[in-house]
Design a protein around this ligand. Structure first.
Ligand code: COA
Length: 147
C-alpha cells in the first residue's frame, strides 16, 4: 500500500475500472453498469489509487443491516501489496459506521487467492450456491462476516 490511498469511486475512475473488470473477469461489468452505481443510494464503492493511478476497486450494496459485497479486483501489477485487504477494510469500516450487522459475499470455489484474502479478514463459510457462475460454470461459496 506504499504511495496508495483508498478513495470513494468517482466518474473519473469509471473507464479505468471497466478496463480492470475486463482484465480480471470472464463476464466483466460494463462501463454503464459501473456508472449506474454512482447514482445508486445503496451502493458503496471505493477505488485504490497508487500515485494517482487506479490500482483496484471494491464495492457493495447495503440494505437494512446487511452489506453484500459485489466485487473486488486489483490490477495484476499491484497485487500482493495489501491493496485488496485495504479495500475490504474500507468497506467494513463503512458498514460498521452505518449500523450494518454483517457483510456477505460469493466467491468461485476455485478462486484460492480471493478465498485466502477473505478468510484472512475473518470471513467464514456459511454455504454454497451450486452453478452460481457462468464462463466457466462453477459453484459459489457463500462467506459472511459478522460485525
Ligand atoms: C483476489 C485479489 C483481489 C487479491 O488482491 P491483492 O491486492 O493481491 O490482495 P492482498 O495483497 O490484499 O492480499 C491479502 C492476502 O490475500 C491472500 N492472497 C492474495 N492473493 C493471493 C494469491 N495469489 N495466492 C495466495 N494467497 C493470496 C494472502 O493471504 C494475502 O496476504 P499475504 O500477501 O500477506 O500472503 C486479486 O488477486 C484479484 O484482483 N484477483 C482477480 C479478481 C478476483 O478474483 N476478485 C475476487 C472476486 S470474488
Amino acid at each position: 500500500m506504499k504511495n496508495c490511498t483508498i478513495a470513494p469511486l468517482g466518474e473519473e475512475h469509471i473507464l479505468e475500472i471497466a478496463r480492470l473488470e475486463a482484465v480480471c473477469f470472464s463476464s466483466p461489468r460494463p462501463e454503464e453498469a459501473l456508472r449506474a452505481e454512482l447514482a445508486n443510494d445503496t451502493a458503496v464503492f471505493f477505488t485504490a489509487l497508487c500515485e494517482g493511478a487506479v490500482a483496484g476497486y471494491a464495492g457493495m450494496h447495503c440494505i437494512l443491516d446487511e452489506c453484500d459485497i459485489d466485487n473486488i479486483a486489483v490490477f495484476p501489477a499491484y497485487r500482493r501489496q495489501g491493496i485488496a485487504g485495504a479495500l475490504l477494510d474500507a468497506l467494513e469500516d463503512y458498514a460498521r459506521a452505518h449500523g450494518a450487522s454483517f457483510l456477505t459475499l460469493e466467491v468461485r470455489v476455485s478462486n484460492m487467492p480471493a478465498i485466502r484474502l477473505y478468510r484472512g479478514k475473518g470471513y467464514q463459510e456459511v454455504g454454497a450456491r451450486p452453478n452460481y457462475y457462468n464462463k466457466p460454470r462453477e459453484d459459489a461459496l457463500l462467506l459472511t462476516k459478522y460485525l
